[in-house]
Design a binder for this molecule. Structure first.
Ligand SMILES: [Zn+2]
Length: 287
């Protein structure tokens, strides 16, 4: 269910779409943090597993529709659905319809990085089981470094970059590779971070008197506020710690919004200096 009342950041409206719900081992999501600590902030779903959203963030404004990441997609095999414990399927077309849009109307897709849970919806199976670009008119923005790693992954990254998720993407001519930081549209910035992946980037929105950050997998949930609580999935954990210290001090000091993709409880919030969530916009629980 898409919340129809968007979060407003100046002239932008922000919606969260249904990109799938899955679960992962809490040990992966919280790394070296013992379960007795993380389970208080992020109660497990079953056993040691925790719920994860893969909820694309839609920005509407300046006559453009911008999607941040694309959800799990419709290409998972039965075996993969079991492995990732899919609880809710990717339902992005219906989500778009609910807010009066469709996939053709997406102008930009920003990819924070290229792991399967963020790019699964970039290419889809059509009715006849053929692969096609999901957002045929969208320019796709990602860091050049990330794309280089997709083409030539290290041994670890190879498990989360799946060839099927990029079929035809280069040939479409819609790929826009970015080196470092860039303003894509008035007040919508991408900033290169690395950390989680070598080519990871984040999104910053400045409009009116508000600032919002989407830190991607640098801050997967509100429970990851402590800079030392980094995921075992991070390729460069010391960099993630430094990035969190830098961004979270700005976020607390300037009372910026933080937008989440994976958090199953909260779509957006502000933080005080202790990491308590303020003004949080909660997800509607689905059964
Ligand atoms: Zn992720």
């Amino acid at each position: 269910m898409v919340k129809k009342d968007p979060l407003k950041i100046g002239s932008y409206e922000i919606f969260w779409l249904d990109g799938g719900v899955f679960h992962l081992d809490g040990g992966g999501v919280f790394g070296v943090v013992p379960k007795v600590l993380w389970e208080k902030k992020y109660p497990p779903f079953t056993g040691n597993n925790v719920l994860m959203e893969a909820s694309p963030i839609l920005l509407k404004g300046e006559d453009k529709n911008i999607l941040i990441d694309t959800g799990l997609g419709n290409k998972l095999t039965e075996k993969q659905k079991k492995i990732y414990g899919i609880l809710q399927p990717w339902d992005i077309h219906q989500s778009l319809e609910q807010i009066g849009l469709n996939a053709e109307k997406i102008d930009y897709v920003i990819l924070t990085h290229c792991d399967y849970d963020h790019v699964g919806g970039l290419v889809q199976y059509d009715k006849n089981g053929e692969l096609e670009p999901t957002f045929p008119n969208a320019k796709i923005f990602l860091q050049r470094k990330e794309w280089e790693d997709v083409k030539n992954p290290n041994k670890r990254a190879a498990h989360s970059f799946w060839e099927i998720n990029f079929k035809g993407v280069e040939e479409s001519g819609n790929l826009e590779l970015i080196d470092g930081n860039s303003e894509l549209l008035k007040g919508v910035f991408v900033e290169y971070t690395g950390g989680h992946n070598r080519g990871h980037q984040i999104v910053k929105i400045i409009s009116g008197n508000e600032v919002a950050f989407h830190l991607g997998d640098i801050l997967p949930s509100h429970a990851h506020f402590n800079p030392l609580w980094v995921a075992a999935y991070d390729s460069y954990p010391l960099d993630v710690i430094e990035l969190k210290e830098k961004y979270l001090s700005e976020i607390v000091e300037k009372q910026c919004w933080v937008l989440f993709y994976h958090d199953p409880h909260i779509m957006a919030c502000k933080f005080n200096e202790k990491g308590d969530t303020l003004f949080s916009k909660e997800r509607e629980r689905r059964n």
